[in-house]
Design a protein around this ligand. Sequence first.
Ligand code: SF4
Length: 207
Amino acid sequence: MPVLRLSRIEKRTKVEGPGLRYCIWVQGCPIHCEGCFNPHTWDPNGGRLMDIDEIYEDIKRTLEASPELEGVTFLGGEPFSQAQALTTLAQKIKELNLSIVTFTGYEYEAILKSPNSSWHSLLKETDLLIDGPYIQSQHDLGRPWIGSKNQQYRFLTDVYKHLEAKLSEIPNKLEIRLHPDGTISANGMAEPIDLHMLLELDYERRR
Ligand code: SF4
């Protein structure tokens, strides 16, 4: 069974795609967008390795505990750098009747033209693709889940087609978690100044 190099997992979040989702931030991104919110996910040797089966079992347990879970989101890091392993995982996830949302810093057209067959396989398992690099000069939080105007939503199956005309009604949100050990974590989208303040707050709490 293949393994995935990942940065982080959040078992339940409502800010990384439609509905309640299990989110997997993969580790490693060759795109290096200026102003990226997750530069700690760039190093292809960082993060940790986890067996696909182990992740799948955790998703199953999460679904049993939270039947309202509607899907899994792949983001990063760059999911298409680990397309083979994610395709295998996505195929298993689909057996649970969960949807797949995939974020990528590559443009959809480039993925379509790619000779890399695993990129096409991952597209085939994806219901909603959100594509394009983060471009700092086009920073815009006016649409859900994304950070710049150039990024696009590609409804590759009918699962989320109904949202296409309603995207402007879905707000971009940030989730903040205070953990029992006093640390703070966040995911979702926020202005860089707000994220900076959050990091400072976390630093103060740890002192
Ligand atoms: S593609 Fe995503 S993770 Fe990679 S550098 Fe750009 S914003 Fe960051």
